[in-house]
Design a protein around this ligand. Sequence first.
Ligand SMILES: NC(=O)c1ccc[n+]([C@@H]2O[C@H](COP(=O)([O-])OP(=O)(O)OC[C@H]3O[C@@H](n4cnc5c(N)ncnc54)[C@H](O)[C@@H]3O)[C@@H](O)[C@H]2O)c1
Length: 334
Amino acid sequence: MNYLVTGAAGFIGSHVSQRLLSAGHQVVGIDNLNDYYDVNLKHARLDLIQSPNFTFIQCDLADRQAIAALFEEHAFQRVIHLAAQAGVRYSIDNPHAYADANLVGHLNILEGCRHHKIEHLLYASSSSVYGLNRKLPFSTDDSVDHPVSLYAATKKANELMSHTYSHLYGIPTTGLRFFTVYGPWGRPDMALFKFTRAIIAGESIDVYNNGQMRRDFTYIDDIAESIFRLQDVIPQPDESWTVETGSPATSSAPYRVYNIGNSQPVSLMAYIEALEDALGTTARKNMLPMQPGDVLDTSADTAALYQVIGFKPQTDVKEGIKRFVTWYREFYRV
Ligand SMILES: NC(=O)c1ccc[n+]([C@@H]2O[C@H](COP(=O)([O-])OP(=O)(O)OC[C@H]3O[C@@H](n4cnc5c(N)ncnc54)[C@H](O)[C@@H]3O)[C@@H](O)[C@H]2O)c1
C-alpha cells in the first residue's frame, strides 16, 4: 500500500516509517526539518531509513500549494499524520508556530484526504488534551474541553476538525492520543534526553514540581506497533450513536479517538532513579516549582485500544530507559 507519513524525520514518524517499510509498504515521508531541536538528529533518523520503497520530500505542512501538489502527484491510500509543532512549554512563548503547523497544517492534510479519497487518516493527538481532567485513568469516554496549554488546544482542535471532515466527507479518521513517548532516537527537548545529557556532563537536572508528578511513559516501539495495527482498523459510522448516549471517542461519522499509553504511571522521581541506575551515577537535582501548562498526572485507559488491536503498550520503564541510554551513548559516543 502507498502511505504518506508526515513528520518522517521526527522521533515517532521515523520509527513508524520503518515499521511500514519492513512490512513491504511504499512510504512517502515529508518533513520541513525545522530547527526546533538539533537538525542533525533529524537527518540521522532519515539516514537510517534505507529502503528503495521510501521517498523523502522536504516540505512544510502549512504550504497549501505544496501539500495539494503532493497529494496530486502520489496516489496515497493511507495517511499517517505525525508532523506538528510539539512541546507544551515552547507553546507559551511561541504560540504562532502552533497555529501554522498544527492548525493550518492539519487543515491542509484534511483537504488532501478529502480531494483524494483517502482510505484512512491517522493523526497524532496528545494526552495533554486531558488538561484539567482529574479522573484517572484518563478515558476517551470523558470530555476534554479544558486544555491548559495552547499546544493541547491545537491537538483538541485537530480532533474537532477531523470529526467535521469525517462527518461531511465520510473520511475515516483515527486520533491517537500519545502519552509521553520515550526511547532511542528520542526528542532532545524532552526530560529523559535533557536529564541524560546533563547527568553525563556532570551538570544538575531541573526537576519540576519538586518531582511530584506522575507520567504514563510509553516506549517508542509500543507506539509504532499500536499505530501499525490501528491503521488496519478503519473506523465505521456508528448509526446508533447520539451525542446524549454515545462516547466522545466515537460518532455517527467514521471517527475514532484512542489513548496510546503504558497505563502504568510512574513517578518522576522513580523515572529519574531508573535513569541513574542505567547511567551508574546519581544526579544532582535542582528542585523547581510547577511549570505553566504542565499537568500533575497522566494515566491512560487503554481498554478500547486493546479491544480493537489485541495489543497495548507494556514495556517496563527500567527496560526502556536502559535501551535509551545504550542508544544515547552509542550515538553521541559518550
Ligand atoms: N513524543 C511525545 O511524547 C508525544 C506525545 C503526545 C503527542 N505527540 C505528537 O506526536 C507527533 C510526533 O511527535 P514526535 O515526538 O515525533 O515529535 P518530533 O518533533 O520529533 O516530530 C515532528 C516532526 O514534524 C516536523 N514538523 C514540524 N512542523 C512541521 C511543518 N510545519 N511542516 C512539516 N514538518 C513539520 C518536525 O521537523 C519533526 O521532525 C506530534 O504531532 C506530537 O505533537 C508526541
